[in-house]
Write a protein that binds this ligand. Structure first.
Ligand code: SF4
Length: 201
C-alpha cells in the first residue's frame, strides 16, 4: 500500500493532466474540469455520471441540488461526505446534461481508472446506471439491480460495488426518492455489519 503522501502526489499529477485534457469533445463545452474530491485515504468512493450546471461552475462534484440531497442520503447511512472520495465517470459536463456518450466514457476511463487504481477504495457506490454500467462493463437495469452489493474489478483494482440510483432521480419522483432512501439505509446496515468496511477484497 503506497504512503498517503505518495497517493496525494499521484492524484495531483492526475488532476494536472485532467485540467488541460482535450481527449474527448466535451472539452469544447465545459467551463471547468470537475476533478474528484475527498481524502486520498478514503476507503469508500462515490461515482456519479458527470458534472451538471452547478458542478461545471464550482469545480466540485455533487455541489448542486442533487449533491445536497446526496448529503442527506449519506447521513441516513451514517456516513460523512468529508470521509469519502467523490468523482464522476466523465470529468466534463455534457451539454444540456445529456448522458455521456460511449466514446466519451471510454476516453475518460483514463481518469476514472486513475482515481480507482491510485486510491484503491474498498467500496465503490455507483450512483446511477451510467456509473454502474461503466464499472461493471455490462448492461445494468438499475431498477432491477439497485441495492445489490457485487464484486467488481476495474482498472486492476478489486472492490465491492453497491448499486443505487443517481440522487438527481429523487428530484423528479417520489418513487425513486423512496428507493434511494431504502438503498442508503441498506448501505448503512452493510457498513455496520462489516465494521464500516466491506470485507473480501
Ligand atoms: S470528459 Fe474526460 S476525457 Fe473528455 S475532455 Fe474531459 S477530462 Fe478529458
Amino acid at each position: 500500500m503506497p504512503e498517503k503522501g505518495e497517493v496525494e502526489k499521484v492524484l495531483r499529477q492526475l488532476r494536472s493532466e485532467a485540467e488541460i485534457c482535450r481527449r474527448c469533445g466535451l472539452y469544447r463545452t465545459r467551463t471547468n474540469v470537475v476533478f474528484g474530491v475527498g481524502p486520498a485515504s478514503a476507503r469508500i468512493m462515490l461515482v456519479g455520471e458527470g458534472p451538471g450546471f452547478t458542478e461545471d461552475k464550482t469545480k466540485i462534484p455533487f455541489s448542486g441540488a442533487a449533491g445536497k440531497y446526496l448529503n442527506n442520503l449519506l447521513h441516513e447511512a451514517g456516513l460523512r461526505r468529508e470521509d469519502l472520495y467523490v468523482t464522476n465517470v466523465v470529468l466534463c459536463r455534457p451539454p444540456q446534461n445529456r448522458d455521456p456518450l460511449p466514446d466519451e466514457i471510454e476516453t475518460c476511463r483514463h481518469f476514472l481508472g486513475g482515481h480507482i487504481s491510485i486510491i484503491k477504495p474498498k467500496l465503490v457506490v455507483a450512483l446511477g446506471r451510467i456509473a454502474a454500467r461503466t464499472l461493471l462493463g455490462r448492461y445494468v437495469g438499475i431498477s432491477r439491480e439497485h441495492g445489490n452489493l457485487l464484486d467488481c474489478t476495474y482498472a486492476g483494482a478489486k472492490f465491492k460495488l453497491f448499486l443505487t440510483y443517481h440522487p438527481a432521480a429523487a428530484l423528479y419522483g417520489a418513487e425513486a426518492k423512496q428507493k434511494l432512501q431504502a438503498d442508503f439505509k441498506k448501505l448503512g446496515q452493510i457498513l455496520r455489519q462489516t465494521g464500516r468496511e466491506p470485507q473480501d477484497r
